[in-house]
Design a protein around this ligand. Structure first.
Ligand code: DGJ
Length: 339
């Protein structure tokens, strides 16, 4: 053995003494790496890129979290009109892998032609059937159809098949969202009857059919509804109907989904920080809950380049604190944010 390699070799005694230190060092290193990778950087106002380097196209969509994986569906507006539906997944909400087009306009639904606008696709996982279900606004180019389309698949990545399309319970329906209550009952909520009211549709236990409709916010002309439940209180954010232009986000709360919603009160700034809500994402870790407002910054500067905006909000005692964080760090696993 030469002089240079000799000092790298430990005697048995030295090895026994140093092993615990080496193990400790490795443990600390592992924890540091994990801690670093647990924190993702959210940068609002910038395009998101997937792992293939393509701009993420997932407008007006929603998120589904299963076993620590976040699935994101949304409109693919690469060509502005007649969107398809994209699926992505992530473990940290920063690195997004593209799963593909799960609904392709005119291909998934050849019987309905290629001139339908699939807007606001919303994904749920039905506990009764195990199937993944997507409800969306299924519109004609002049917004006269006022229909929905419902798709389902045995796997989150597809293939999705069209279950049905049309007006739910014969009611004209446009801008939409879904809400799954703590007992697993699912609801479809949409802007109904030429944008006059909101319709809350209770769904069948396979999440595929509307069973009954309750009219909410009669005559208030609201859209982009997003409901979340915090303990025994329901919070709903919504916007006015101003096309693609942003307007004041409003909050209403109620102890019941079907009645008693409080008068609308403004939250956030005058134009919801140049966004329109697509949903409220709830992250849970033990007793800790983190709510994230998810909105679309439409036409920034054009429809394909509309941005996804995600910012933490506080929902407490019937109030919503809705500030705007341009950049922050998010720990998905721990449901924490820090500047
Ligand atoms: C606002 C809606 O929320 C969008 O989903 C879209 O329908 C546009 N209006 C169309 O003007």
């Amino acid at each position: 053995m030469d002089k240079d390699t000799a000092h790298l070799v430990l005697t048995k005694k030295q090895y026994r003494m140093k092993t615990p230190h080496i193990l400790l060092l490795l443990l600390v290193l592992c924890q540091t790496v994990t801690a670093q990778t647990d924190w993702s950087q959210i940068r609002n106002g910038q395009p998101w890129y997937d792992t293939q380097g393509n701009v993420v196209q997932a407008h007006g969509g929603n998120f589904l979290i299963e076993d620590g994986t976040v699935y994101m569906v949304g409109e693919d507006r690469t060509h502005s009109w007649y969107p398809d539906v994209n699926l992505y997944h992530s473990r940290d909400m920063q690195v997004w892998e593209y799963d593909g087009k799960i609904i392709q306009n005119g291909v998934t639904t050849p019987e309905l032609g290629t001139t339908r606008m699939i807007e606001r696709p919303k994904l749920m996982h039905c506990p009764k059937t195990g199937r993944y279900v997507i409800w969306c606004h299924y519109e004609a180019s002049d917004y006269s159809a006022s229909e929905v389309a419902v798709f389902s698949s045995a796997s989150v990545t597809g293939p999705y098949r069209l279950e049905w399309s049309g007006r739910p319970l014969g009611i004209k329906s446009r801008d939409c969202n879904v809400f799954v209550d703590d007992d697993g009952t699912a609801y479809f909520i949409s802007t109904i009857q030429e944008n006059q009211h909101l319709g809350l549709f209770r769904l069948s236990d396979d999440y595929l059919r509307p069973l009954e409709c309750t009219v909410l916010m009669r005559g208030l002309r609201r859209e982009a509804p997003a409901i979340v439940r915090v303990d025994s209180l329901y919070y709903m954010l919504s916007s006015a109907c101003t096309g693609w232009d942003p307007n004041q986000c409003m909050l209403s709360v109620s102890r019941s989904l079907t009645q008693g919603w409080s008068p609308l009160t403004p939250v956030g700034d005058r134009i919801a920080y140049d966004t329109q809500a697509s949903g409220i994402l709830t992250l849970r870790r033990g007793k800790r809950t983190l709510h994230l407002y998810v909105g679309d910054r439409w036409k920034d500067p054009d429809l394909p380049q509309s941005k996804i905006i995600i910012t933490p909000i506080t929902l407490r005692d019937g109030r919503c604190h809705f500030p705007y964080m341009k950049t922050y760090r998010l720990n998905l696993r721990k449901a924490l944010v820090k500047p």
